[in-house]
Design a binder for this molecule. Structure first.
Ligand code: VIV
Length: 296
């Protein structure tokens, strides 16, 4: 049985067991975290599905994820949606209600809504991490990944100044090798000329695979975005027939706010695997509720 077929099976399937057990054994051997005694099936399945059950690559991804979290505490340790509510309320971000024709989640970021005087790049980054943590719990998203639309209308020098080389490295790392979600497409719309220098900072660190999945649509995106997404998926602002972007942003903001407790637990957990209670940390030793998310 090959990778894609294994990906169809549920977390507790008998056929996945050997793969899950083997990844668990190798991850525990390789892990640099002493407070961690084990990993849950659900957690390991995220990494296996993100790499189509290639064990070597799944292990590498898991270790990269742990390292990225450790090296980016300014982003990863504060996953509180209410702390960035002002930004979310500007309709900066939505996960669209409908998946695309392949089953990918479709995310929209409207950079112009981000006022760099009010919000740092770290806070903005946290929004993406919160969303990614939530949607990566969905089995269908683990299988079919995400497609992201960045609307760069309003991108300014003040935005560009927020992106230093270290942050650019963190952006490319999370896109290519350090988060358990398949990035199936990145669509830039309304990108101005002076976005180029920032993109030039990020680009060299991206894998070839991700680089090939980046599409620059410019201002006339209505003609070309429709080659990738069918009308019911996109909001009217992006040439589609779905709910308007404000509504989509409002709905996703509510979804994030409802997930606040869960996100705080992930952020404060040594590995991010909230199904496992670390035995050496009295602060998070109480039993956590893991509510399964419905695939909406
Ligand atoms: O966070 O799968 C200069 C995706 C993204 C993620 C994360 C995951 C993910 C697709 C990003 C995309 C957005 C965590 C797991 C990288 C956060 C970006 C935060 C910065 C501050 C936004 C500024 C605007 C960028 C535009 C970048 C465009 C490139 C992706 C080409």
């Amino acid at each position: 049985m090959n990778g894609p077929q294994l990906s169809e099976l549920p977390d507790d399937s008998e056929q996945l067991r050997p793969h899950v057990s083997s990844l668990r054994r190798r991850a525990l051997q390789a892990s640099e975290l002493s407070a961690v005694r084990t990993f849950s099936d659900a957690f390991l399945c995220k990494f296996l599905r993100a790499r189509d059950f290639d064990e070597e690559l799944s292990l590498k991804l898991l270790l990269n994820y742990q390292r990225w979290r450790r090296e980016s505490p300014e982003i990863s340790t504060c996953l509180s949606p209410s702390s960035v509510l002002g930004l979310l309320n500007t309709s900066y971000h939505a996960v669209l209600p409908q998946r695309d024709h392949t089953g990918s989640r479709v995310l929209v970021y409207r950079i112009g809504q981000w006022n760099p005087k009010d919000w740092s790049a770290y806070q903005v980054f946290r929004v993406s991490l919160m969303t990614s943590e939530i949607i990566s719990m969905e089995t269908e998203t683990q299988r079919q990944g995400v497609k992201v639309i960045f609307d760069l209308q309003g991108w300014s020098i003040a935005h560009a100044l927020q992106i230093n080389p270290s942050l650019a490295r963190k952006i490319s790392s999370v896109l290519s090798e350090s988060f358990p979600v398949k990035v199936r497409g990145i669509h830039l719309v309304n990108e101005p000329m002076f976005f180029r220098p920032v993109f030039a900072m990020i680009r060299p660190f991206l894998s070839d695979k991700i680089r090939l999945r980046i599409h620059m649509h410019g201002a006339d995106f209505n003609d070309t975005l429709s080659d990738f997404f069918s009308p019911p998926v996109l909001p009217p602002e992006y040439g589609g027939e779905g709910p308007c972007i404000e509504e989509a942003c409002r709905d996703w903001t509510n979804q994030l706010l409802q997930s606040e407790k869960l996100l705080l637990q992930i952020a404060s957990h040594p590995t991010g695997d909230i199904a496992i209670i670390p035995d050496e940390d009295p602060l998070i030793s109480e039993k956590v509720e893991t509510k399964p998310l419905s695939d909406g």
